[in-house]
Design a protein around this ligand. Structure first.
Ligand code: FE
Ligand code: FE
Ligand code: ZN
Length: 280
């Protein structure tokens, strides 16, 4: 089965997201846990969660992916910025238990001139504080484009972070196709080689979700500019090949492509499903 969806607004709650996903032919979705720039999260309504469970069952939705605010920086040099990241991560992980057993994705952080090693140490210290043995959520570290001082632009950096985490069975990776492409990995001409490199560094069993995006930029641009599927430098065929690959095809896929209308994601899902089917 093809598990695919897109990023949806969480402003109307969980049930509304499940119904919107179903309306565009999606069977999963991604959402921000709170304003993507940070700030307070709305209280989770138990009634909404109950209604979501019914709507999700009707729509065949079993997996969902929450995304942390992208401004969080557990590698920050400023103590108050880092403290805010820790508080938000801990609060989000607690809130995730309202929908047990799901995935929570975060950008590892930016070292802001302190150097990669210092950044990795701060990120792992933060994760060692917020991860709890009793949590049912798997925390995913996203592969980054290597823009600015971002940590996680190489598979080795992600592996380094994971190797220093005590509760590493709670941690996985979300691979973003636009980010790895702009980070220098040739998923268009050499998907097999990229997956081998990932397996050597991190281990393919850690890979739990895929962000499926085309890129506005040539490979190794390190800029992080998403494009609609087929409208960018990676292309529909290479991205459909990602969804059809035996090591990846059972993972959940999430579109984070630039569209104004949610229905446009439905068209993208149908185009990908058709191209994928022809490759299986
Ligand atoms: Fe992201
Ligand atoms: Fe992403
Ligand atoms: Zn991105």
């Amino acid at each position: 089965m093809f598990t695919i969806g897109c990023h949806l607004s969480s402003s109307k709650g969980y049930e509304a997201m499940a119904r919107t996903a179903a309306s565009i032919g999606a069977n999963t979705f991604q959402f921000f846990t709170r304003n993507p720039r940070g700030g307070r999260a709305k209280d989770i309504s138990p009634d909404d969660v109950e209604a979501f469970e019914t709507a999700a069952e009707e729509a065949g939705i079993t997996r969902i992916l929450a995304h942390a605010p992208y401004t969080l920086n557990p590698a920050a040099a400023k103590p108050e910025t880092r403290e805010f990241a820790l508080m938000t991560l801990a609060d989000d992980l607690q809130r995730m238990e309202a929908t047990p057993g799901q995935l929570y994705n975060m950008h590892p952080g930016a070292h802001v001139g302190q150097g990669t090693e210092a950044g990795i140490q701060k990120i792992t210290d933060a994760l060692n504080q917020v991860l709890k043995p009793e949590q049912s959520t798997t925390l995913l570290l996203e592969t980054m484009a290597g823009k600015g001082t971002e940590v996680g632009g190489t598979f080795e950096e992600l592996a380094d972070i994971i190797s220093r985490i005590q509760l590493s069975d709670k941690v996985g990776v979300c691979l973003d196709t636009c980010h790895v492409w702009e980070g220098g990995y040739d998923i268009k001409e050499n998907l097999e080689g990229v997956l081998e490199a990932f397996d050597r560094a991190v281990g393919l069993s850690r890979l739990r979700a895929i962000h499926l995006n085309d890129s506005k930029n040539p490979r190794s641009a390190h800029k992080d500019r998403h494009e609609v599927i087929g409208g960018g430098r990676i292309g529909l065929d290479a991205l459909a090949a990602v969804t059809a690959h035996p090591a990846l095809r059972d993972l959940p896929f999430y579109l984070e492509t630039p569209h104004d209308e949610v229905a446009e994601y439905g068209e993208e899902i149908r185009a990908l499903a058709a191209a994928r089917e022809a490759m299986l």
